[in-house]
Design a protein around this ligand. Structure first.
Ligand code: LLP
Length: 399
C-alpha cells in the first residue's frame, strides 16, 4: 500500500506519483499476450514522457511511438534503441523529418500524400532511403469519446485505403523510400474489441493485396488505444485483444507492433492534492483544492471521470460536492456531485488513474508551476521531476 499521506508531507502537493511496479507489470503482461508472434511494443510517449518512466520501459525492452522530434529525443535519451522508435503524427516539420532520418529510427509513419512527398524529397536531399509506414484510415467507428476517436474518414488522421495503396506503389518505385510498415489507430480508451478486429481485418487484407504487388510489409502496427478502468467500465482482456488481432494475420509473416500509452501508465499514477477550503453557495458545496485543471486537464477537457478519495478522513458523514481548483475558469474542476466527507484545510485527496495524459497535458496557466513527479517502487520513493519554481516559469522570457 502506498502511504499517500507521508509522501504528500515529504514532497508537498499537488503531486504526481507513479507506481513503477504497476508500469512494469502492465508492459510485461501486454508483451506476454503477443508471445505467439514476433512483436514490438512501442510505448506511446505522449501518455507520460517522463525520462524515468521511459528508462524503466527501455530496461524491459520497450520501443517508443513518438509524435514529435522532442519525443524521439526523449526516447533515445532514455536508452530506447533507435531501431525500436517510430515517428507518427499528422503534421511533421521538415526539420523533424530530417532529424528522424539522420537518427536512423525504425520508421516514419506517413499520414498524408503531401507528407509522403515531403519525406521523399528530404530523403533524396540527404541521399538516404527512408523507411516508412503509412497510416491507413479503415473508416471504423471506435465507439469512444469523439475527441479521442481517430479511425473514421471524418477524422484528420491517416490515408483512405485506396489512396494508401497508390502511395505504397509509388514508394516501391521510389529510390528514396522503403515501405516497411502499415499502421492504423482507431481511437483511444477502447473498451470494445469488435472495431479493433474489424480494422485489423481490413488492414491485413490490404497487406495481402500489397504482397501480390511484391510489396512486402514487415511491420503490422495496430496502434494503441487499449482502455483502462477509470470507474466500473468493462475493459478488454489482453489475451482476447492479442488473439483478435493475431487471428486476422494468417499467412502473413509480420512483426506485430502495438503502441499502448494509457494501458501502460494510466493506472500506475495518482494525483495528490490538498484541500484549501470548503465553500458553500446556496445549496451547493465546493471543495477547493490546491491542484487544478493546469495540472490534470482530463475532467475539464473531456468530462473524464477520475475516482477521488479522501485519505485518512474518519468522518462517516458524506455529502455531495464539486471538487474544484483555484483557476479562474468555471471549467476548472476534477469532479462534480461526488460524495465526500466534510473536509478541512490540508486534508488530502487522491485522484486515481492519473498516470496517462495527466502531467503531459499540464500547463502553466495562471502562472502556476507544474507539480512535482515522484516514482515509487520496491526500492522506495524518489523524485523524478522537481516542482517548478517561479524562476522556471520566467526563465525563457526577456525583460
Ligand atoms: N498511437 C497513436 C497513433 C495515437 O494517436 C495514440 C494516442 C496512441 C498510439 C496511444 O493511445 P493510448 O494507448 O494511450 O490510448 N489525451 C487523451 C488521449 C489522446 C490520445 C491520442 N493518441 C486523453 O486524455 O484521454
Amino acid at each position: 500500500m502506498i502511504d499517500f499521506k507521508s509522501l504528500a508531507k515529504k514532497y508537498g502537493t499537488p503531486l504526481y506519483l507513479y507506481d513503477f511496479e504497476i508500469v512494469r507489470k502492465n508492459y510485461l503482461d501486454l508483451k506476454e499476450s503477443f508471445t505467439a508472434r514476433k512483436s514490438l511494443i512501442c510505448y506511446a510517449v505522449k501518455a507520460n514522457s517522463n525520462l524515468s518512466v521511459l528508462k524503466e520501459l527501455a530496461k524491459l525492452g520497450s520501443g517508443a511511438d513518438c509524435v514529435s522530434i522532442g519525443e524521439v529525443k526523449r526516447a533515445l535519451k532514455a536508452g530506447i534503441p533507435k531501431y525500436k522508435i517510430i515517428f507518427s503524427g499528422v503534421g511533421k516539420r521538415d526539420d523533424e523529418i530530417e532529424e528522424a532520418l539522420l537518427r536512423d529510427i525504425l520508421m516514419i509513419n506517413i499520414e498524408s500524400e503531401a507528407e509522403f512527398e515531403r519525406v521523399e524529397l528530404i530523403a533524396a536531399k540527404l541521399e538516404m532511403v527512408a523507411r516508412i509506414s503509412i497510416r491507413v484510415n479503415p473508416n471504423i467507428d471506435a465507439k469512444t469519446h469523439p475527441y479521442i476517436s481517430t479511425g473514421l474518414s471524418e477524422n484528420k488522421f491517416g490515408v483512405d485505403i485506396e489512396d494508401a495503396k497508390k502511395l505504397y506503389i509509388r514508394a516501391k518505385n521510389s529510390k528514396y523510400l522503403d515501405p516497411v510498415g502499415i499502421h492504423f489507430h482507431i481511437g483511444s480508451q477502447l473498451t470494445d474489441l469488435k472495431p479493433i478486429k474489424e480494422a485489423s481485418e481490413i488492414v491485413a487484407s490490404m497487406v495481402r493485396s500489397l504482397k501480390v504487388l511484391d510489396i512486402d510489409i514487415k511491420f503490422f502496427d495496430v496502434g494503441g488505444g487499449i482502455g483502462i478502468k477509470y470507474d466500473d467500465e468493462r475493459t478488454i482482456n489482453l489475451y482476447d485483444y492479442a488473439q483478435n488481432i493475431l487471428s486476422t494475420l494468417s499467412g502473413l509473416d509480420v512483426t506485430v507492433v502495438c503502441e499502448p500509452g494509457r494501458y501502460i501508465v494510466g493506472n500506475s499514477g495518482y494525483f495528490l492534492t490538498s484541500v484549501l477550503y470548503e465553500k458553500r453557495n446556496r445549496d451547493k458545496r465546493f471543495v477547493i483544492v490546491d491542484g487544478a485543471m493546469n495540472d490534470l486537464l482530463r475532467p475539464s477537457l473531456y468530462k473524464a471521470f477520475h475516482k477521488i478519495a479522501a485519505v485518512d478522513v474518519k468522518s462517516k458523514e458524506v455529502s455531495k460536492c464539486d471538487v474544484v481548483g483555484p483557476i479562474c475558469e468555471s471549467g476548472d474542476f476534477f469532479a462534480k456531485d461526488i460524495d465526500l466527507p466534510l473536509l478541512k484545510h490540508n486534508d488530502l485527496l487522491v485522484i486515481y488513474s492519473a498516470g496517462a495524459y495527466g502531467f503531459t497535458m499540464s500547463s502553466n496557466y495562471n502562472s502556476r508551476g507544474r507539480a512535482a513527479e515522484i516514482a515509487v517502487d520496491e526500492n522506495g520513493d524518489r523524485i523524478i521531476r522537481r516542482r517548478e519554481s517561479f524562476e522556471d516559469l520566467i526563465r525563457l522570457e526577456e525583460n
